[in-house]
Design a protein around this ligand. Structure first.
Ligand SMILES: C[S@@+](CC[C@H](N)C(=O)[O-])C[C@H]1O[C@@H](n2cnc3c(N)ncnc32)[C@H](O)[C@@H]1O
Length: 229
């Protein structure tokens, strides 16, 4: 089976955690259907998913509790951000954050990002974030990792020339895994300026819940920035 056929529509993580509080359950029932991107068929123009004109469309894959997505959406209210996250409790938390901040520039996909990305038009996304994807450290589980030659090729298709892909991980092996795939792809360049660049968080980086746990447990993150050729 090809890497893509193996991955497509496959989500290996946890979909549900603790039972949702009443307010969060209400948001899942009322707000999510309004903010969800169409679940099937091609999306002709992602910019038109938003109620107002947007200057660009960004994509976050696996936003977890949404700390980063909310910070970006608040700092860039002119940009439309599509967030993908199959974990229901994360989605509910993000919806509460959108409501609290009054954000109109977020749209959501509550499933495997690879069920959405192939439906986006070529060169339609200006920035993509993959921040602490599930690490799958055991050798026999590595094929479950989100980043693969096939997903990278799909990301290359939807990112416009000059667009940026940001990738963070606290697992050294996953950083090396990703660099190996980017380096054999003709579509991206790694934007390292200084020798220790990958140890420095981005200037606008708010941190995430997963990252805080990694620091507490003594792991050092890698922050990789790739540019679409
Ligand atoms: C380790 S967590 C990190 C969450 C968040 N980015 C952070 O830094 O706190 C990885 C997240 O990716 C999500 N995820 C895993 N596979 C995914 C996929 N195929 N598409 C979208 N999200 C995915 C998981 O549900 C999980 O919430």
């Amino acid at each position: 089976m090809s890497e893509m056929a193996n991955r497509r529509g496959a989500f290996f993580g946890r979909r549900k955690g603790h039972r949702l509080r009443a307010h969060h359950a209400g948001l899942m029932a009322d707000a999510l259907p309004r903010l969800r991107v169409p679940q099937e068929g091609p999306i002709a123009d992602p910019a038109r998913l938003f109620p107002q004109a947007v200057s660009d469309v960004w994509l976050e894959i696996g936003f977890g509790g949404g700390e980063h997505l909310l910070a970006q959406a608040e700092a860039h209210r002119d940009v439309g951000i599509i967030g993908c996250e199959p974990f229901v409790n994360g989605m509910a938390k993000l919806l509460a954050g959108i409501e609290a901040r009054g954000l109109a520039n977020v749209r959501l996909h509550g499933a495997d990002a690879m069920l959405l990305i192939p439906r986006l038009p070529a060169a339609s996304i200006g920035r993509a974030f993959i921040l602490y994807p599930d690490p799958w450290p055991k050798r026999r589980h590595r094929k479950r990792r989100f980043l693969s030659d096939a997903t990278l090729a799909e990301l290359a298709r939807v990112l416009r020339p000059g667009a940026v892909l940001r990738f963070a991980t606290d697992i050294d092996d996953y950083a090396a895994w990703t660099l190996a795939r980017v380096q054999r792809s003709a579509d991206f360049v790694w934007e390292a300026m200084r020798a220790d660049d990958w140890r420095r968080a981005w200037d606008d980086w708010p941190g995430t819940r997963y990252e805080a746990k990694a620091f507490r447990e003594g792991r050092r993150p890698s922050y990789l920035t790739f540019r679409r050729r």
